[in-house]
Structure formats: C-alpha cells, structure tokens
Design a protein around this ligand. Structure first.
Ligand code: ACO
Length: 437
C-alpha cells in the first residue's frame, strides 16, 4: 500500500522532507522543520481566510459542497427537516445521538423552564435607543447574561456546561422577541410554557391583548424547520469565532455574544436581510435581467448567491423553497417570491454564474418566508442566531474537550518596515558608530 506521506523538496536548499498525511490533511506544524538555512522558525502556511486550512477535528457536521450534502451527526439535513424538531436536532448536535423519549421529554422540559430572563435584562433592553437594531441588542444582552451567571465560568464542570447550554438555547428567543418588541414599543410578552419552542417564540413576538396566543401550526412548523436548517454548518465564520473565543476559556455567554457579532455581518447572517432589500430594490420581475447584468459587470453582488463551501445548490435552499410554498399558501403569495424565482432562473442560466459556480444559498429564500410570517427584516439575522445557537454550543463544547485544541493564535507574514529608530535615538546611534537603520 502507498505510504500516507507527502514528500516536499525545498528548491532553495535541495532538501527533501517527508510529511505524514492524516485524515486527508498535513499538520501545518510539520512545515516548521523546512528552513532555508537549517535554522530559524521554518516555513509557514499562508491562508488568511482559512480557504484550505482545517482549524479543528470535528464529529458534528459534515458538508460536501460539490455534492450538496449537509449532515448533522451523520443524519441528512433533509430527513431531519422532514421528521424531526428543532429541539431534537439541538439535542443531537450537542450529545451526538438523538434522544430517546425520556431524554427528549427531560430536554424539552428543561429548556422550556429556562426561558425567563432576569428582570434586569428588561431594564437593559429599555436602555437601548428606540431604533436600535435587534441584532445589536441581542449581541449586547446575550453577552450581559454572563454577568448574571458567573457560574458559567466553570467551563470544565460538565453539569455547569449543561446548565449554560440549556439557558442559552432557552433564552435566545426571549432576548430576540424582547428586542423586537422594544423597537415597536410593545410591552414584553412572557414565555408560554404550554407552547412549542417555535410556537412560544411566535407568542413572544406577537401576543397582544388576547389571553392565550395560538400560533398558526403551518407557520410554527415552518419556523421550526428554518431553525433546523440553520442549526449548524461546521466551521463557518461565527462558529470559528465561537471556538476561538472559547479556546481562551471565556464563558459561553461571552463566546456566544462574539459569535452573534460575527453573524451580524452582511456576508454571513446579515445576508438574508440584504436579500430582501435587494428584491425590494429590483421591484418587479421585468427588471431582473437588468439587475443580473449589473451583477455580471462587477457593480454589485447578488445577495443570497454563492457560498464558500457549496459550489452547487445549497441543500438547505432546496428545502426552504418548499417551505416557502407552504407558508405562502397561508399568508398569500408574495410578489417578492416571483422576483426571487425569476432571479434564480436568469442567474442559473447566466455564463457568469455558471463559470463562478454560484447557486442560491440558504439565505436566498429564508427572508421571503420570514417576511411572509411577519418578521421585520432587522429580525432576520436574529432568527438565524436563534437557530445557530445549538451548533455554536456543540462546537464550543467539542473544542473545549478536544485535547489537541489550544488557544487559537494564528501566525502572520510580517510585511512592515524593518527595524528603524526615532530621530533622537538614530542620531545618538550614528554618533556612537552603531547601526541606526
Ligand atoms: N454575486 C456575484 N458574484 C459573486 C458572488 C455573488 N453573490 N459571490 C461570489 N462572487 C464572485 C466574486 O466576485 C469572485 O469573482 P472573481 O473570481 O471573478 O473575482 C468569485 O465569485 C469568488 O468570490 P469570493 O468572494 O472569493 O468567494 P468567497 O468564498 O470568499 O465568498 C460569499 C463567499 C461571501 C458567500 C460570497 O459568495 C458572497 O458575498 N455572497 C453574497 C452574500 C451572501 O449571500 N452571503 C451568505 C452566505 S451563506 C451564510 O453565511 C449563511
């Protein structure tokens, strides 16, 4: 059998090196032994956006971007979206296996009973400006939770980790709904323990004066599916942040705040908000071709298209398209969906998109569903954050418990000035006859 090694010849020195290959990867630290003169710190690999660098080993999520495959703990996301619930998927991501009925009951019960927030968090939200973006409020308040739960610092205590995981999954929707109601000046609606995770979120968003809020079952299920589809996506930008902050042994509330801040960016979780703005800007099906021409000329990017990993259809986008039909059957057809369908049709037939292998990603249709359910665009990244929380926590815990993980601390290729000196020191050095470059 062929040896699992890579032989590298350094043409500067003529030396050859054998580097072991494990799990389809070489260890970047094995390159350190490759030096130009036998000393020094050795060769670095340069990969500013982690385009081809594995930052960890992980048993949580598998993606094959060429074949449109996404699996959580081995289960295809399509099966989970069809047959499972968000809380069951959250359990799966965190524990590695689906829960049995007893475990499921205990898990749902524990999350349901951690949904309340400390009343001071309400005061904190009250302090935000009336037009504060809810994602900004979420980032601030989830970070603030760390001050309410100092026990969360006990990250190597399994029971403490479990408690913080329950708290975070339970409280994210409450923080999110309170942030949304703050923007419209509505009194905060407290959680209703009789409802499902998604149903309760709809309750906290829209309960008005009625004694009991009754979520529409189609919209409740659609939201649950969207949360499942967003639950994890291996080492994406925000998850990488979660692991990096976690690697410094920060508490999970602080790490989640950092991950949510990364998700806020328009190239990541902010994209669904941008998709809706884009569809509104296009305004009608007849203007789609003209818009695609502007994208092709490099003037703008088509939001909701393209992905670092998927060079084929994002499997989540396929499922979401079907959910959009179910939701719009209840809420009424949206002209934005017609624009989106035409945009997809024109783009997928266009040379530029074919050459760049750009397909719709998860965000392309999710905004249309959120909007049809009634969420304001500012809430879109917040919804993404609720869905991604179990994934962040599973990855955070996996990183903490992995003996190979250390504090994340990349190297750099220095391109700045060589040593130089302040004028007075340079003059003194020149006078003393020492080098003063
Ligand atoms: N519209 C037009 N052109 C695009 C798009 C797009 N949406 N995405 C990529 N390209 C082009 C780039 O201009 C570049 O072209 P070039 O090689 O001729 O210069 C090429 O495709 C590669 O693009 P990169 O930016 O290098 O690809 P990268 O993997 O770094 O970026 C990203 C991936 C950020 C998702 C990108 O496709 C993008 O900006 N998409 C729009 C924003 C979006 O939808 N983000 C959501 C991502 S999914 C998520 O986070 C849940």
């Amino acid at each position: 059998m062929a040896e699992e090694t890579l032989t590298i010849t350094d043409n500067r020195t003529g030396r050859r090196y054998d580097v072991p290959i494990r799990n389809g990867a070489i260890a970047a630290t094995d390159l350190q032994k490759i030096t130009s003169n036998g000393s020094g710190s050795g060769l670095l690999s340069y990969d500013p956006a982690f385009l081809n660098t594995a930052s960890c080993r992980s048993a949580i999520t598998f993606i094959d971007g060429e074949r449109s495959i996404l699996r959580y703990r081995g289960y295809p996301v399509e099966e989970l979206a069809e047959r499972s619930s968000f809380l069951e998927v959250a359990y799966l991501l965190i524990h590695g296996e689906l829960p049995d009925p007893t475990q499921h009951g205990q898990w749902v019960d524990a999350i349901t009973h951690h949904t309340l927030l400390h009343e001071n968090i309400k005061k904190l939200i009250d302090g935000f400006h009336h037009d504060a973006h809810p994602m900004g409020i979420l980032v601030g308040t989830v970070g603030a939770l760390s001050t309410f739960y100092p026990d969360a610092k006990d990250i190597f205590n399994e029971a403490s980790r479990r408690l913080q995981i329950l708290r975070l999954i339970a409280k994210m929707p409450t923080l999110a709904a309170f942030a949304a109601r703050h923007a419209v000046g509505m009194p905060y609606a407290y959680p209703d323990n009789d409802l499902s995770y998604a149903g309760n979120f709809l309750n906290m968003m829209w309960k008005a004066t009625e004694l009991k809020y009754e979520p529409n079952p189609v919209l409740e299920r659609a939201l649950d599916i969207l949360l499942i589809l967003h639950a994890d996506h291996e080492q994406n930008c925000s998850t990488n942040v979660m692991r990096a902050v976690g690697s410094a042994h920060a508490d999970p509330f602080s790490a989640t705040a950092a991950a949510a801040a990364a998700l806020y960016g328009p190239l990541h979780g902010g994209a669904n908000e941008q998709v809706l703005r884009m569809l509104k800007e296009i305004g009608s099906v007849s203007r789609v071709s003209e818009y695609v021409k502007r994208v092709r000329s490099g003037e703008l990017r088509l939001m909701g298209f393209g992905h670092r990993v998927y060079k084929n259809y994002d499997p989540r986008a396929q499922i979401i398209k079907k959910v959009a039909d179910d939701v719009l059957a209840v809420t009424g057809r949206s002209p934005l969906l017609d624009i989106a369908l035409e945009l997809e049709r024109v783009a997928l037939a266009d040379d530029y998109f074919i050459k760049h292998r750009l397909y719709p990603n998860v965000d392309f249709y999710s905004g249309i569903i959120y909007s049809a359910i009634g969420f304001p665009v500012e809430m879109f990244p917040v919804l993404f954050a609720i869905g991604r929380t179990p994934g962040w926590l599973a990855q955070w815990q996996e990183g903490l418990l992995d003996p190979e993980q250390k504090i994340a601390r990349p190297r750099q290729v220095y391109t700045g000035s060589p040593e130089r000196h302040l004028p007075g020191i340079r003059a003194a050095k020149a006078e003393a006859g020492t080098s003063a470059s």
